[in-house]
Design a protein around this ligand. Sequence first.
Ligand code: SP5
Ligand code: ZN
Length: 374
Amino acid sequence: MIVTATAAGGEGRVSLPVPVVWSEDCLRHEPAWEVWLGVRDPGTEVPARALALRDALSAAGAPVVPAREHDDTVLRAVHDPALVDHLAQVWAEWSAAGLPGEYGRDRVVPYVFPTPGLLGALPLRTPPAVHGRAGLFCYDTMTLVGPGSWAAIRGAVDTALTAADLVSGGERLAYALCRPPGHHVTRSAYGGSCYLNNAAVAAQALRDAGAGRVAVLDIDAHHGNGTQAIFYERADVWYGSLHVDPGAGWFPHYAGYADERGSGPGAGANRNLPLAPGTGDDGWLAALDVLCDEIRERDADALVVSLGVDAAVGDPESPLRVTEDGYREAGRRIGSLGPAVFIQEGGYDLASLGPLVVATIDGAAGWGTTTTRG
Ligand code: SP5
Ligand code: ZN
């Protein structure tokens, strides 16, 4: 029996019984800026996000578990090893080229992108100059690399893998406090404030640990184009997302449309539910139900949840209008699906981030209701 918190708290209160996986390294990435439409704006995906989340989850009583180091086996299966090597080395090369010191370029930002229209029939080369090579792996100007970035990027992967281990080992739920986030990263290209795809790595780890069918449910406000791309031709990992309609002018602009259903062996194993700007709890939860039904029909053995809380009404980065109660209800519905690894994605309102994630995880754990359950 679980005795749950009362409105007054105190007597009978039990802690949020979901392990929170944490790596101090995740604080080391300081993007500093986002170059958006040619102007350098202050970064939104800041270390304070992780501290706000950790503090709120600890205050709710969740056990904080250190991330364990993992080798690169799963990471290099999910991603092009050239992308992993690039991220590990690019800051050192950028510094060695004198770009920060002599030219005031304090972060890695690409300026030339090898689009299909540029290349035509030419082979895709690897430019020797690091400032030219940056655009080979990065598809936007908002996702900057600095001195501590690699430690945080790799720490986030270890965080996701540790949470996946916990669920493979029998925990019903685990939460990975990943930062930087990951769902915009394809097999070989990063962007959207993301560098390596933590959720995709967790999904592959669950597969490797014996789950035959894995579902990735993405409730971040933005479409997870990277996760979709990684699994687009696979039948063993289903991907479903609800997000603000890219066709209404929102990032990632080129993916996230309803007619993207998977291809080859993965045909039918991808589902996008784009939502109109302004969509609130009712429309968002109705779309969530469509995805939950599909996950049940597929009889997934394990679930990865890309948990972005930027669909919240107070978030500066999306026009969706989901409330904290909406997130709690989403948590309940997701929690009923089976074992789940929650991976932190976006969410940028520092004041409400923590309560939103606590509400979601709390809903999933079935904890925090006002009655005593048996
Ligand atoms: C993980 C995640 O949520 N990535 C989202 C990246 C999308 N960023 C788009 C940024 C657009 C420019 N922001 C303008 C700030 C207005 N408040
Ligand atoms: Zn987002």
